[in-house]
Design a binder for this molecule. Structure first.
Ligand code: GCU
Length: 406
């Protein structure tokens, strides 16, 4: 069946093996009711922990939120800005990372929120001069040439604002919370597991299911949620987790593990995010494990060149979020993410959403460009390349509004 519908929108005809079935336990028994689905969900989480993302530590016992900045009149009076250092102590070692939060002043409090990790430092999402410059390493990339010797400079303020649309988010009545990936765990293979929260848990690194950087980022998103639960201006029951690309992979894994996230948004998360490996199109398991060996657990390496034979696949990640709403966004030019493979995962996950009595994904075929489909699962493919645009945010806000403001 799958073969027939996939052939409608795959890029060329590919042969691939059937997808593993969400409703069949590893011992062959079938899921027939919602209670059994809970048990199957636990089984799937275990599979992903042991075979792909790794097993993350539990919530730390010793964690402290230091609110070091509170400005009621930020962004021309539109928002209250808070900056919080999350301090964690474990086994006599310490790590910390900063959370930046903007809360719309106009909206009725407590407000729903969107939390997501950023690529270049908190100061990059807005030109607001009050944001602390990150002290962590910043790449002097071609796209954002603002760092000197790995350090953020004043020129790094607001460089990534286009991908964040802070004003639109606040105008829609949502708070925005963000953290910088490099403060949590280095995203460079030379530094893998040597910085941030990995230094708190060295014993995990000797295991086959060592938690990689994607899992570390997801774990930190849960720590961000721990803070949001303490903030009276935020409605912590209405928090969406968002991520773009590698940080979208982390957002999905955070949403899969932590049911406190009420909604999940994946923007072009691609391989190891929302796309199916079984299609054998776009970035593959080998590339993930060789170009980014720090992203996943060691155990994931045994699946290199076995993409189409994996005993699990990424539709299960979307299943793990069910019945909570999830939005999968693709871009036509982002071939590495295999847009049709992201859509195919969403469509396959629709079965679980419907089994759990929600309306799932409202379309059976990939929508036209720039036309969002929104049910309990949302999807769009827009024109253009790998990016987060105002079109993307517009859809995410409509979807979040639909589900979190009712
Ligand atoms: C690379 C990588 C992708 C990732 C992307 C990004 O292109 O291959 O898997 O999503 O970087 O994070 O921008």
């Amino acid at each position: 069946m799958l073969l027939i519908f996939l052939s409608n929108y795959s890029h060329g005809q590919q042969a691939y093996s059937p997808l593993p079935d969400a409703f069949t336990f590893s011992d062959g028994k079938k899921v027939t009711n919602a209670k059994q689905w809970d048990a199957r969900r636990e089984e799937l989480l275990k599979v992903f922990r042991s075979e792909m993302y790794g097993t993350s530590p539990p919530r730390p016992g010793d964690m402290r939120f230091e609110v070091f900045d509170q400005e009621k009149n930020a962004l021309g009076g539109k928002a209250t800005r808070k900056q919080i250092t999350i301090h964690i102590k474990e086994n006599g070692r310490e790590a910390k990372f900063d959370l930046l939060v903007y809360i719309p002043n106009k909206a009725r409090h407590p407000v729903p929120a969107i939390i997501g990790l950023n690529f270049i430092g908190n100061q990059a999402i807005s030109a607001d001069p009050g944001i602390k410059l990150t002290e962590a390493w910043v790449e002097n990339s071609k796209m954002f040439p603002c760092a000197i010797n790995g350090k953020a400079t004043e020129a790094c303020r607001g460089v990534n604002a286009g991908q964040w649309q802070v004003d639109s988010i606040l105008d829609a009545g949502f708070a925005l919370a963000t953290m910088y990936r490099e403060e949590i765990a280095a995203d460079r293979k030379e530094e893998m597991f040597k910085t941030g929260i990995h230094t708190l848990y060295p014993e995990y690194q000797n295991r086959e299911d060592n938690f990689g950087t994607v899992a570390a980022w997801a774990w930190a998103l849960s720590r961000g949620m721990d803070y949001l639960e303490t903030d009276k201006d935020i409605n912590s029951k209405k928090v969406a987790v968002f991520g773009f690309s590698r940080l979208g992979k982390a957002a999905l894994w955070a949403g899969a593990n932590d049911r406190r996230f009420a909604l999940v948004i994946s923007n072009e998360s691609g391989a190891g995010g929302a796309k199916l490996f079984h299609r054998g199109i776009g970035e593959n398991v080998r590339r993930l494990n060789t170009v980014f060996p720090h992203w996943y657990a060691k155990s994931f390496r045994k699946y290199m060149d076995k993409d189409t034979l994996l005993p699990f696949d990424q539709h299960f990640i979307i299943d793990l979020i069910a019945p909570r709403p999830v939005y999968i966004a693709s871009a036509e030019g982002d071939k590495g993410s295999d847009p049709a493979g992201e859509f195919a995962a969403a469509l396959e996950a629709d079965k679980v959403f419907r089994f759990l009595k929600t309306d799932g994904l409202p379309v059976k075929e990939i929508p036209h460009l720039n036309q969002a489909a929104m049910g309990q699962i949302g999807y769009h493919i827009r024109d253009g390349g790998h990016d987060v645009t105002s079109f993307d945010w517009k859809q995410f806000l409509i979807f979040s509004n639909l589900h979190l403001k009712k």
